[in-house]
Design a protein around this ligand. Structure first.
Ligand SMILES: [Zn+2]
Length: 514
């Protein structure tokens, strides 16, 4: 029997608004001492009233638009009841039948087939987070930190049309990147800003019917999502083959140390949440008609304004980078990983154009932006990806914190391209440029790194090296081509790495072959 997995995801994203969802408490409670970001509203004192955070609603709607979801004219909050110490009101303010966003989809690239696959989204709604329970080792006692209670949480639910654990991981990575581009959450999975529950069931090939699903709770890394789903596929396959497929909806937790899922509860314990409309918060009104007037009576948000605020998203940006800068998918992916890196690269390109156009052209050489554009954009991409980003990662500096300007980076690339300095020297001065913001021309002058590409000067050195090294010369003349590299090395050592290696090789060949 061949079985096919059916996977759906539920993702919770903590929004980074200044205040909480329904009160004015500081929303950065995770960095503050326990129970210091609390007030009568989020502690559910009797007689207090919630006030919805307009920024959180706008950000949720903006995310919904970025996920191609539909925003309807009205949305509302509902009470979802359950009794637990992390929820002082004994109900959570969430959304039931009128979420912020309905439907939607994301394209995810399948790295094996290089084809884009659509993952459909069911809905996006807004709710408040519960408090944090700390289970101590002391017998029978648990502590509650209400700092997290009432913080704004966006829940995104996909349709069950994810086909593999790998696709689930890629979808999550794409989603996280979009959220970071929109700047609505730090989306740090380790800190729990982005948490994922995965639903999975199997069915025999050819059958349309959906079987009872298993929900795997609180997966806090991309790798965990993939591993937990792979484990569930093998566990459920075994049950199917034994003639005993899962009959009820069950909830399981991922045990990372043991790399297994463990049963937490079954259907009998499933909640009846008794949803009903939250009477203390007016409905949300979205102006979906362009140019319509805002009403003061309801929470009103202009959808056209939100659309205008959405930046170019990762997927279209990657595609544009590939066509505009002649780079491949992997390069485009690395350069668009975050908005700052992408912005820096594009600023370098625009400065590079200015540098090339203003260049004092060396004799006999003519560089133009039009003719050399593909080589230049590619060289800039190589330098950002292979030299700058690893250096920043090593020094733990972000693009926005470094002192290196796009103009100076472009100047360095221009000097490499026109062979004013060689790669070795450029690699040598880059850290200083990042650290102090120094101009490459100054560093080249100070450290005497200018590349020697004057043939006459090099010719004399080449002749001397040939004379002083009879062994490799003899080897080369006997046909051992590689022996010439030893001579190139000698010239480079003599010139402290400043010689133009291509010219050196050419001069050596001319001298040895004549
Ligand atoms: Zn509060």
């Amino acid at each position: 029997m061949e079985l096919v997995p059916v996977i759906g995801l539920e993702i919770h994203v903590q929004l980074k608004t200044k205040s909480k969802m329904f009160c004015f408490c500081d929303n950065s409670g995770e960095t503050k001492p326990a129970n210091t970001c609390v007030c009568p509203v989020c502690l559910a004192h009797p007689g207090t009233l919630p006030v919805a955070n307009k920024q959180a609603i706008a950000w949720a709607a903006k995310t919904a638009l970025a996920l191609n979801s539909e925003i309807k004219e009205y949305s509302k909050f509902d009470r979802k009841h359950y009794f637990y110490p992390d929820l002082p009101k004994a109900y959570q303010i969430s959304q039931f039948d009128q979420p912020i966003g309905t439907g939607g989809y994301l394209w995810v690239l399948n790295p094996t087939t290089q084809e884009e696959e659509k993952v459909s989204i069911n809905r996006l709604h807004l709710e408040e987070d519960a408090a944090k329970l700390l289970h101590t080792n002391t017998k029978g006692s648990s502590l509650v930190d209400y700092n997290r209670g009432g913080t704004p949480l966006m829940e995104i639910v996909t349709e069950p049309d994810i086909k593999t654990p790998g696709q689930a991981k890629l979808f999550l990575q794409e989603l996280r990147q979009i959220i970071k581009y929109l700047d609505v959450s730090d989306a740090d999975m380790e800190k729990g800003h982005l948490r994922c529950d995965a639903n999975i069931s199997l069915h025999p090939v050819g059958e349309e019917k959906l079987y009872p699903k298993t929900e795997i709770k609180n997966l806090n890394s991309f790798k965990m999502v993939e591993k937990a789903l792979e484990y569930e596929i093998s566990r459920q396959t075994k049950l199917w083959l034994e003639g005993n497929p899962p009959k009820d909806l069950t909830t399981r937790g991922w045990n990372d140390a043991k790399a297994i899922t463990e049963e937490q509860r079954t259907k009998e314990e499933a909640h009846d949440y008794r949803y009903f409309p939250e009477p203390d918060i007016p409905p949300i009104h979205f102006n979906i008609k362009p140019g319509s007037q805002c009403s003061d009576k309801e929470i009103s948000i202009d959808v056209e304004c939100l659309k205008a605020e959405i930046p170019e998203l990762p997927n279209p940006k990657r595609k544009r980078f590939m066509s505009e800068y002649d780079i491949n998918y992997d390069e485009a992916k690395l350069l668009t990983e975050d908005k700052e890196t992408a912005g820096f690269y594009e600023a370098v390109i625009s400065e590079l154009k200015a540098w090339i156009e203003d260049l004092d052209q060396p004799q006999g050489k003519k560089y133009t932006w039009e003719q050399n554009r593909p080589q230049l954009t590619k060289l800039a991409s190589n330098w950002v990806i292979n030299n700058l980003l690893p250096l920043l990662a090593q020094k733990q500096i972000s693009i926005s914190d470094m002192k290196l300007s796009a103009e100076n980076m472009a100047e360095l690339i221009t000097k490499i391209f026109t062979k004013e300095i060689n790669n070795t020297s450029a690699v040598q001065i880059l850290p200083e440029m990042v650290k102090s913001g120094a101009e490459p021309s100054e560093l080249i002058k100070d450290q005497n790194l200018g590349q020697i590409s004057d043939s006459k000067e090099l010719e004399a050195i080449v002749k001397a090296i040939i004379k002083a090294n009879p062994k490799p010369v003899e080897d080369y003349k006997k046909g051992k081509q590689a022996a010439i590299q030893a001579l190139v090395g000698q010239v480079m050592a003599q010139t402290k790495g400043k010689a133009d290696a291509e010219i050196v090789l050419e001069l050596l060949k001319n001298n040895l072959n004549s």
